[in-house]
Ligand binder design. Structure first.
Ligand code: NAD
Length: 444
């Protein structure tokens, strides 16, 4: 796999440039896509691209032949099949790639794709570490690539409207934002399979890529990798990045200034490494507080509305569900909170009755189908405009969840300088912003 160094590879494969794309592609032309990773999500994203007549699947890459054959059939064409993504990147037919491999592969494949002159749609979370994400942003800028991170809510019209409502100030100053991932996985969770000999050592090695070489365990691979830290930040980055991004987008702030998190494996006796229960808390300068709750041993709704997310302002609260949102007005008064005194109850008696609402209930609904996000990517590949969730936005949201993962693992309260992308109150925590790749892999 690694006989081509990145340097040589970039020279040989960087054939199609941004300028030549712009010349090649007109509004009615079909974008020639190559897919790297066509498992659970890769297939969903492939289907979401196939909804548009102006994409053509020219290449597929995966470690599993059955997944590639399934996707070749879906494509209604005859894409070339590759087991090695670098070969797909050498294919001049491929104009843009879709990366839906496990998180620990995103950075290398994204950077190689940019350097090979391909535009990139990459699944969330953007990266496994903050340093990887920063490098991905820099390389995309250097190579002038159009990028889209698969945080698909960004392209949902009803959520764009929700963001406008929050940013209009209707809710008043926003003090708290929350998101919940609730799924009761007790008692079995992902089970407890033993380590075993892989069917193919070569495939296991290729799946691991830059991650540490460890004995094969089937829970570490397909789909279930998200319960292990070598390949994922757990549900904190997996689901957390969707909520962090939505809420950060709504409040219009780039990055938190402090973070802490707690959690553990309290109830589920499987071989997962990540907690079954956790609470992460971020502070943004001047507010709001942001909270992500991951409860995997209980699934009672996080709020009375059963919403996935909520945004609490002084004048109203917005509840965000998967296909709708609503604003419920707050009641408040211009009176000061009274001093409760046994000698005079008048002041406290008039306080609550003076409360009123100042805004009307409001709601919106729609779909957050991934097809809107893939549409936006195809449009931007042609126009060279910025996508709805480019690598920089994806990095900001991913980095916020990654620093919470570090706080969780160190059981620490961490202050964050988002410009320098360093912790300022805990030097040891900075060590976890990157990791040493397994040879011969290098972060380019
Ligand atoms: N946007 C969303 O809502 C959403 C939903 C689910 C998953 N995801 C993301 O999609 C990514 C993939 O998750 P999944 O659930 O599809 O996992 P999966 O295990 O089902 O699929 C990953 C695929 O990548 C392939 N792969 C691994 N290493 C490879 C390599 N070196 N070259 C080529 N292919 C390789 C595997 O063979 C597998 O088929 C993750 O980053 C995950 O967070 C996003």
């Amino acid at each position: 796999m690694a006989d081509l160094s990145r340097r040589n590879f970039s020279k040989t494969a960087g054939v199609v440039t941004a300028a030549s794309y712009a010349r090649i592609l007109g509004a009615n032309d079909r974008v020639q896509l190559g897919y790297i990773g066509v498992g659970n999500r890769g297939t969903q994203v492939h289907e979401a691209f196939l909804e548009h007549g102006d994409q053509i699947t020219v290449a597929l890459c995966d470690l599993r032949d059955d997944y590639m054959e399934h996707n070749a059939k879906l494509s209604r064409g005859s894409p070339k099949l590759y087991r090695e993504y670098r070969k797909l990147l050498e294919d001049n037919q491929v104009q843009a790639v879709v990366i839906a491999t496990p998180d620990h592969w995103h950075a290398l494949q994204f950077i190689d794709a940019c350097q090979a002159g391909k535009d990139v749609y990459v699944e969330k979370p953007l990266s496994l570490t903050v340093q990887e994400g920063r490098r991905m942003v820099d390389v995309a800028q250097e190579t002038k690539r159009v990028t889209q991170v698969g945080i698909h809510r960004r392209s949902a019209k009803f959520l764009q409207e929700a963001v406008e409502v929050v940013r209009s100030g209707l809710l008043g100053p926003v003090t708290v934002c929350k998101g919940w991932h609730l799924q009761n996985e007790w008692p079995k969770g992902i089970g407890n399979p033993p380590d075993e000999k892989p069917v193919s050592e070569a495939e296991w090695d290729q799946w691991l890529g830059p991650a540490p070489k460890v004995p094969y365990n089937k829970n570490r691979t397909y789909y279930r990798f998200r319960w292990f830290y070598d390949y994922s930040g757990g549900q904190l980055t997996n689901f957390g990045v969707h909520y962090m991004d939505m809420l950060r987008w709504a409040i219009g702030k780039d990055a938190p200034t402090a973070v802490t998190a707690m959690g553990g494996k309290y109830a589920i006796q499987d071989n997962r490494e990540i907690p079954d229960t956790l609470e992460a808390l971020w502070e943004f300068e001047g507010g709001p507080l942001m909270v992500f709750s991951q409860y995997n041993a209980n699934s009672a709704p996080g709020n009375l509305q059963g919403a996935e997310m909520e945004i609490r302002g002084t004048k109203g609260t917005m509840y965000i569900h998967s296909n709708r949102w609503e604003v419920i007005p707050e009641r408040y008064t211009d009176l000061e909170v009274p001093v409760r005194s046994p000698l005079n109850r008048d002041a406290e008696r008039s306080y609550r009755p003076s409360m009123r609402t100042s805004i009307e209930p409001l709601s919106g609904k729609g779909s957050a189908s991934t097809a809107f996000h893939t549409r936006n990517f195809l449009d931007c590949v042609k126009s060279r405009a910025r996508t709805n969730c480019d690598v920089l936005e994806g990095h900001r949201s991913t980095a916020a969840t990654l620093i919470a993962k570090i706080a969780l693992r160190l059981r620490a309260y961490l202050e964050w300088d988002s410009k320098a992308e360093r912790f300022t109150n805990n030097a040891a925590a900075n060590r976890y912003l990157g990791y040493q790749y397994r040879a011969p892999y290098k972060l380019g």
